[in-house]
Design a protein around this ligand. Structure first.
Ligand SMILES: [Zn+2]
Length: 134
């Protein structure tokens, strides 16, 4: 979503009023004046603002906004996994992803043993997959 214009002050005021996005100066084309652009690229911000803009838009832009945001869902916040010490979920020689899954399910980063076991498991799985599809 963007708004482009030659007036720097208008674009900057628009930016402060809206409170989202960023303002960039576009390189002038040949003898033209520099262009100022307010840009919004984050999906969640676009979804939030386009709803607020709708009542102020004409028929054509309303249609455009509706087609552009149709079926779009807000992006979920990235989960930050907690770092934990050795857990004892798995034996060191066990080859499976059970422990790593258990860690992620409770919001933890897999401990070194579980991560190593998952790595071994995936390597084994990959090898078996390529053997089967030769
Ligand atoms: Zn573990």
């Amino acid at each position: 979503m963007s708004v482009k214009m030659n007036d720097e002050d208008i674009i900057k005021r628009f930016h402060t009023v809206v409170g989202y996005g960023r303002v960039i100066k576009r390189k002038p084309y040949l003898h033209h004046d520099p262009m100022w652009e307010w840009r919004l690229t984050r999906t969640n911000d676009i979804l939030k603002l386009s709803k607020k803009f709708l009542p102020f838009m004409g028929l054509r832009r309303t249609k455009q906004i509706l087609t552009a945001t149709k079926g779009k869902v807000p992006v979920k916040k990235r989960q930050v996994l907690k770092i934990v010490p050795e857990c004892g979920y798995m034996k060191p020689d066990e080859i499976s992803n059970r422990g790593a899954h258990k860690h992620v399910r409770v919001g933890e980063k897999p401990c070194p043993t579980c991560a190593e076991n998952q790595h071994k498991y995936l390597r084994q799985w990959r090898k078996a997959f390529f053997e089967a599809n030769k």
